[in-house]
Unconditional design. Structure first.
Length: 178
């Protein structure tokens, strides 16, 4: 299992819409960036995803592409705030009315399905994202960016502080040498 979008963002994962792909199933993760093709969610989306998942559940030899995608999106989306994150990055375009309805749709999409977690379409993606989100350094960097490096003025003030510290140390060294 992988964390939801809110927790992934706190772990330093960046979300990006994947352009130039012919299938919304081609989700990728590399160096802290998760690229997801755009998905337009409307009334029929749940129905056709469920039909594809049912086909895969009845005939396992066709693969686990849609089941894997559904479980991926179910893991990433827990609440409406997770949908908001994906919507602001233009990954999800919703025509259902609210982010809460989209979250509910994905959270009920794969109920009662079976997936071999060691061997499915997105197994490597699940493993890479889990490993990345568990590294403390990524969480610290993301926290630093969210709290202290949010605006250009904060960056300028931090740089000015380091410059002031360096000048003070230089002055102290020259005073001791004389």
């Amino acid at each position: 299992m992988i964390p939801c979008a809110t927790e992934l963002r706190q772990a330093g994962v960046k979300f990006r819409q994947k352009d130039g792909v012919d299938s919304y199933l081609k989700v990728s993760f590399s160096e802290g960036t998760m690229e997801i093709p755009r998905l337009s969610v409307e009334d029929a989306t749940s129905r056709w995803l469920r039909n594809f998942i049912a086909l895969e559940q009845c005939y396992p030899e066709v693969g686990s592409y849609f089941t894997s995608y559904g479980i991926l999106m179910d893991n990433i989306i827990n609440t409406e705030s997770d949908v908001t994150i994906l919507r602001t990055h233009r990954i999800i375009e919703t025509k259902l009315g609210s982010d809460k309805e989209v979250a509910k749709m994905f959270n009920t999409l794969c109920k009662g399905t079976h997936l071999k977690y060691q061997d499915h379409y997105n197994a490597r993606l699940f493993k890479d994202m889990t490993e990345y989100s568990e590294v403390a350094r990524h969480r610290w960097r993301a926290s630093l960016e969210r709290t202290h490096l949010r605006s250009p003025w904060a960056i300028i003030s931090i740089l000015a502080g380091f410059l002031l510290l360096a000048l003070t140390l230089t002055q102290t060294v020259f005073t001791i040498i004389k």
